[in-house]
Design a protein around this ligand. Structure first.
Ligand code: GUN
Length: 294
């Protein structure tokens, strides 16, 4: 069997085009241009690339990006002051503080300081709790992207066995919660899980978010399963160059799975598209406008 390759890049491009259309409509009808503040503290190379890609996508969708770059030496109080100013600014509909933050700053404190209505990352405890309680709120971008990709394969996830590997606040826990909202039967596996290959083999939908290059082997996959690979791992490649691989051994898994996301070009582009979607939703909610159906 050779798996269907889930083209995250194309699916994200479609979603971004729809969002851009909705932004243009909102601007024409209500003079609303959604704005998102993207805050980067320090000079983590990977974070710089992510932030550059995010701000470019925001502009491409017709929204306004407010870039705030702060030095690595920035203190917690100074960052909290910036967050307070962005919370109070009505032209800022979304606030994203790129993680990780330098060690002198308590990330959880910063996340909790963001106005939950502007929390386009969906990391604020109020949004986490709302989602866990089945209420409306902003949900994290990467998990939302995973669900949208899985739903390109399965019209409904109801009753499917879903296994999430990884229990981070950014991916594992929220994606498990979203799968539960979709009525899947959810198992969250992690580093202490016994016989992980056997647990994975139960999955109709397998979501890998561990951050370990190619850890999930072909014989861990149930034949015909849908595999969503969240991993972005840089490993040594040929001729002294590096390359990016996922958490799943792609060629082995693609020989067994029914559908699989590539790395790169799978979940990554969807994260950015979902950030745009969250920003649009946040802006509409703040202006008392109906949420766009996309
Ligand atoms: N660092 C890695 N992933 C993310 C994300 O989704 N949002 C933010 N703010 N930082 C991250």
């Amino acid at each position: 069997m050779t798996a269907h390759i889930i083209d995250g890049k194309a699916i994200a491009a479609d979603l971004r085009a729809n969002i851009a259309g909705e932004v243009a409509r909102l601007n024409a009808a209500h003079g609303l241009v959604p704005g998102i503040a993207v805050v980067l503290v320090g000079d983590n190379a990977a974070s710089e690339v992510y932030v550059r890609n995010k701000t470019r996508a925001v502009a491409d969708a017709g929204m306004r990006a407010i870039d705030r770059k702060l030095p690595a030496s920035t203190g917690e109080a100074e960052l909290l002051e910036l967050i307070a100013a962005l919370n109070a600014d009505p032209s800022v509909n979304g606030i994203l503080v790129q993680l990780p933050l330098p060690p002198q700053i308590d990330a959880q404190k910063v996340i909790a300081a963001i106005d939950p209505a502007k929390d386009v990352d969906g990391f604020h405890p109020l949004n986490v709790g709302r989602h866990a309680s089945g209420l409306n709120g902003l949900v994290p971008c990467t998990p939302l992207g995973c669900i949208l990709l899985a739903k390109t394969v399965h019209a409904s996830l109801a009753g499917l066995e879903a296994v999430v590997i990884g229990r981070s606040n950014i991916v594992g826990k929220p994606v498990a919660q979203l799968l539960l909202s979709e009525n899947a039967t959810v198992t969250v596996a992690h580093s202490k899980t016994r016989d992980l290959p056997a647990v994975c083999r139960r999955a109709d939908v397998l979501i890998a978010a561990i951050g370990r290059p190619e850890m999930i082997r072909g014989d861990w996959i149930k034949p015909g399963a849908t595999v969503i690979d969240v991993g972005i791992n840089r490993v040594a490649g040929e001729a002294g160059k590096s390359r990016i691989v996922g958490d799943v051994a792609f060629a082995e898994a693609a020989a067994v799975a029914g559908a699989i996301t590539p790395v790169p070009g799978g979940v990554g582009p969807m994260t950015i598209a979902c950030l745009l979607l969250n920003t649009l939703r946040a802006a509409c909610a703040q202006k008392g406008l109906a949420a766009p159906i996309l």
